[in-house]
Design a protein. Structure first.
Length: 433
């Protein structure tokens, strides 16, 4: 006697949704959303000045993390984000300000505490602007003309000076402070390294340094919030050329991934499956990029990692759908490919929904409660899971079906079985014996 089991079904067994009849509508919708995603990139370029909200990973710049303490008690505190942003943007119109927090161990009792902080991002690498650098160099030339100066040139945050007489740090500091630049004081060992007289001409070649962007922002905030102690926790910079190379490498990695997916499917199944999966994967990438463009969400190296993960997840789902279609082609030789696809998709629908919902729920929690790079990765996965399961069911299979109709026309039975000889004509009724 068979035992009856009570299961809770997401969809009742034997569902028979007509997927194939809606393929044309889904294809039109997909092409429209892909076109809108690409169009949004050009809208951003026109309105915001760039195609996407690249982080300094890709466009180059400096990222600085700050923490704050009360001067009276040394307890950690936070700043009024609006006022801090207003103060910093007056000092540097290129700076982007956002709050953040992290877990740390308190020194006094070893307990865990949440430390409020602030993250600053700017496309600048130095406190010097081209105009300020020129004005300072000209002032140095004029001030020390009596010392036989014939060169004053900036290299990053350092000033190279050549003169017939030595210029002391204190003398140079007066000139730099006139331009609101904070000079760095060399140690005795550094002064010997960065100051020497040419043996042949007797001219002095000297280097002077100024505090960087981190110190500039620190001093700016401490002036605006005199009761707060500002501490630079981390300063991170990426050169413009390095950022451009990382961006190009990210695009290459996506193209290579699509090519390898096509190659895998061509060997795993046959050649007609490969273009369908490649088109679905391309669709997923374009729609994820489109959502980033519409929401103006930051695009970092972590976003690229998330996008590649999405492509792998979507391909895995597509492979399973294709595998079921291939199995049903072997079992249902009397049915046409359209009916086989409908049956296969109905069989795989619940599995695809449950698998994708599990991944979506996990990454949604990461997106809600995560911060920084974790949140960026989770956001990519949230969007990617949705478009990935959609493309596996409603985009890869229509392309596969079109290729089958175009180049493998006929029923599965006619394609797989050898042709039988034509039956002999029956004898006329009057010839029966």
């Amino acid at each position: 006697m068979s035992q009856h089991h009570k299961f809770r079904y997401l969809l009742p067994p034997g569902n028979n949704f007509a997927f194939v009849s809606k393929f044309k509508a889904w294809m039109i919708f997909s092409i429209f959303t892909m076109s809108a995603s690409i169009g949004m990139l050009f809208v951003n370029k026109e309105i915001r000045g760039d195609y996407m909200n690249w982080t300094i990973d890709f466009k180059g710049g400096t990222e600085i993390i700050l923490s704050f303490q009360e001067k009276a008690t040394d307890n950690t505190t936070n700043l009024d984000l609006g006022k801090a942003r207003e103060v910093l943007e007056k000092a540097d119109k290129n700076v982007e300000v956002s709050d953040m927090s992290w877990e740390a161990t308190r020194k006094s009792d070893g307990a865990k505490e949440t430390v409020p902080g602030m993250i600053l991002r700017t496309t600048r690498f130095s406190v010097l602007t081209p105009e300020l650098a020129k004005a300072t160099a000209d002032d140095v030339m004029q001030t020390f003309e009596a010392k036989g100066i014939d060169k004053a040139a900036w290299s990053g945050d350092r000033l190279s000076v050549r003169s017939k007489q030595s210029i002391t740090d204190a003398e140079m500091a007066e000139v730099l402070k006139r331009h609101n630049l904070q000079p760095k004081t060399w140690s005795d060992a550094e002064r010997k390294l960065y100051t020497h007289a040419d043996e042949g001409t007797g001219e002095y070649n000297q280097w002077y340094a100024i505090a960087g962007l981190d110190k500039f922002y620190e001093d700016t905030l401490e002036k605006a919030f005199p009761d707060k102690q500002v501490t630079v926790m981390q300063s991170y910079g990426v050169g413009a050329k390095a950022g451009e190379k990382l961006r190009n490498d990210g695009v290459k990695s996506i193209v290579y991934a699509i090519f390898l997916i096509m190659l895998y499917l061509a060997f795993r199944f046959d050649i007609r499956y490969a273009p369908a999966a490649a088109f679905a994967t391309l669709h997923d990438g374009i729609l994820v990029i489109g959502v980033f463009a519409v929401t103006w969400t930051e695009v970092s190296l972590t976003s690229v990692a998330g996008l590649l993960t999405v492509m792998g997840f979507s391909t895995n789902d597509t492979v399973i759908v294709f595998d079921r279609i291939r199995e049903n082609q072997a079992k249902l030789k009397d049915k046409k490919i359209d009916r086989i696809i409908d049956i296969s998709l109905n069989e795989m629908l619940v599995r695809s929904i449950l698998t994708s919902a599990t991944v979506f729920a996990t990454t949604l929690i990461m997106n809600i409660f995560g911060t920084g790079l974790v949140k960026n990765f989770a956001f990519t996965m949230n969007i990617g899971v949705i478009v990935g399961v959609y493309s596996s069911l409603f985009l890869a299979t229509p392309v596969f079906m079109w290729i089958s109709h175009k180049f493998y026309s006929g029923s599965a039975k006619k394609r797989s079985l050898p042709s039988s000889p034509a039956p002999a004509p029956s004898a006329p009724a009057g010839d029966d014996e």
